[in-house]
Design a protein around this ligand. Structure first.
Ligand SMILES: Cc1cc2nc3c(=O)[nH]c(=O)nc-3n(C[C@H](O)[C@H](O)[C@H](O)COP(=O)(O)OP(=O)(O)OC[C@H]3O[C@@H](n4cnc5c(N)ncnc54)[C@H](O)[C@@H]3O)c2cc1C
Length: 507
């Protein structure tokens, strides 16, 4: 064992002060700096190199982060211009005028070990009249009626099937987490990194800044964004490009004035060469068009977004370029990459911030005590890759299963080949309506079902287990559950009333 390998991992140096960097700093501070000891956390960022600044919609795991950091929800919502998010509303994905929700949480309860939506599917395949699938989703119904209530643990209320996340201002979140991390002892170093030095084993030894300062460390966390300064440029972990399956590679983003009522969902509308988002914050709307540059030039994209927005712009449109994919080795030697440095999937299901947090927690599972981390990193990488690939497949489904064929973009995405993992999953669904979830799958069967159904995909047969429940019983439960959900949605406070109660002020 070399001297370098035996060295303790005491000084963690984070490179980058975007969402990923400050999230890592806050979470590491909570873990390592609670009691005095040898461990230190530093973060290097440069004011000359802007953060990506978008990243406004989240998924329910964001609450795990707030809980872990012991952050008060009202304080966080107030400081970050946040609103609640219950669902994503998909418009025009099956053609003009089509509209469906992918709500957080469950699609009805489980009956005799089978989700209620399987009984719904059985009825639908048999040609019986069924309510829209979203009537089985507590969160979708709340979203449809612009209302909000938190999930309960009381199994007698349909609210136990709900789930929620937040929309927020990404810049304010980074500021908030910076305040948290610095108060806990994280040292922020302002400066532009011009060189990354390695020891004779090839591990990262330190950073050289433009003003000549040198920052040494034991373990490095690369949050330098698309630059991938340490993980890619220095250590050479190459980037697996997924643009064949996910051809969108650019976005134009533009905030506009806020609108009332404040919708508790993200609106994503299919367009000629991609899709637009509308994300409601407390004081404004975030808008953007994610598109494939192979099928749409930047000026057309800008015009599409300008035509699509529903309120007056408050800033100029901003163009962003990206390559969908992932680092082949997200953790290599004494360097973990997080955020855009480790990979990127278009924000259709708002999963990037989730992946930062999920990988941080996976890192804690494999936490290095010394800089000799080859075995730890292998376990981490296998699981991390597994998770992002499942999310990739879920995103591909949104395109591949669409019945749209009206532009070159839609003809390409519906005709392209797909990963074997997705083909296998789709085949089981088509043949017998089965949807499985492995332990590390982020998207559970209810999510896959919402997208399949929203895009008009009906399997040839329902799960055979559904036939084991008497049809009368299944129909009665379906009726009672959808009615219970409807009542609970209509009697919940409006989204604005819920936010107002949380913040203890009028909005
Ligand atoms: C169009 C678009 C929309 C998105 N929407 C969502 C969404 O709705 N939900 C979601 O979860 N995610 C979304 N994301 C992803 C999300 O924005 C990112 O995952 C998140 O912001 C993390 O970014 P980051 O911190 O990795 O990188 P960045 O924000 O790019 O930060 C990089 C940091 O590295 C520093 N740095 C770089 N080079 C140097 C250097 N040489 N010296 C010193 N410092 C350096 C910079 O100063 C900066 O602080 C979206 C992304 C895009 C492109």
């Amino acid at each position: 064992m070399s001297t370098a390998q035996a060295r303790g991992a005491d000084h963690f140096v984070i490179v980058g002060g975007g969402t990923a960097g400050w999230m890592a700093a806050a979470c590491l501070a909570r873990l390592l700096l609670r009691t005095p000891g040898p461990q230190k956390v530093s973060l290097v960022e440069s004011e000359d190199i802007p953060t990506i600044g978008v990243g406004e919609a989240t998924v329910p795991s964001i609450q795990d982060m707030l809980r872990y950091l012991n952050i008060d929800e009202a304080d966080f919502v107030d400081a970050t211009d946040a609103t609640y998010k219950l669902a994503i509303r998909f418009r025009d994905w099956s053609g003009p005028g089509s509209d469906f929700f992918h709500g957080f949480g469950e699609l009805g309860p489980t009956i005799d070990n089978l989700p209620l939506f399987q009984h719904w599917l059985r009825e639908k395949i048999a040609g019986a009249p069924v309510p829209p699938l979203s009537d089985l989703s507590m969160s979708a119904q709340l979203a449809l009626h612009n209302r909000f209530a938190k999930p309960t643990t009381n199994g007698n209320s349909p609210l136990y099937m709900a789930g929620y996340a937040y929309h927020f201002d990404a810049g304010k979140v980074a500021q908030y987490l910076r305040g948290y991390a610095e108060a806990k002892g994280v040292r922020r170093i302002e400066g532009r990194i011009i060189e990354v030095t390695q020891d004779d084993q090839g591990d990262i030894a330190g950073l050289r800044l433009a003003d000549g300062r040198e920052i040494a460390g034991d373990f490095f966390i690369d949050c330098s964004g698309f630059a991938g300064l340490l993980i890619g440029k220095t250590l050479g972990s190459d980037y697996e490009d997924w643009s064949h399956w996910l051809p969108c590679d650019r976005a134009v983003a533009m905030p506009t004035q806020g609108l009332r009522p404040i919708a508790p969902y993200t609106l994503v509308t299919a367009r000629a060469a991609g899709w637009t988002w509308r994300i409601p914050l407390l004081s404004r709307l975030g808008n953007g068009y994610v598109y494939a540059s192979r099928f749409c030039d930047d000026e057309t994209a800008r015009q599409t977004l300008t035509d699509a927005v529903d309120s007056a712009p408050v800033a100029e449109p901003r163009l962003l370029r990206f390559t969908p994919g992932r680092r082949r080795h997200p953790w290599l030697r004494n360097c973990l990459s997080l955020g855009l440095a480790s990979g990127f999937l278009e924000p259709l299901e708002s999963t990037s911030i989730h992946l930062i947090f999920a990988n941080l927690f996976r890192f804690f599972d494999y936490f290095p005590r010394t800089v000799d981390c080859a075995t730890l990193s292998q376990g981490f990488n296998a699981r991390s890759v597994r998770e992002i690939e499942e999310i990739r497949d879920f995103l591909i489904l949104h395109y591949k299963a669409s019945p749209r064929r009206d532009t070159d973009f839609w003809r390409y995405v519906t005709g392209m080949d797909i990963p074997d993992s997705l083909s296998a999953k789709s085949e089981v669904f088509r043949q017998q309506g089965k949807l499985f979830a492995d332990y590390y799958d982020f998207f559970k069967p209810a999510s896959w079902m919402a997208i399949y159904d929203g895009l008009g995909v009906v399997p040839d047969a329902a799960d055979p287990l559904a036939a084991l429940v008497p049809q009368d019983k299944a129909r009665a439960i379906l009726r009672d559950v959808t009615e219970g959900i409807r009542q609970a949605a209509l009697t919940a406070p409006t989204h604005e009333a819920a936010l107002s109660a949380l913040l203890r002020r009028a909005l």
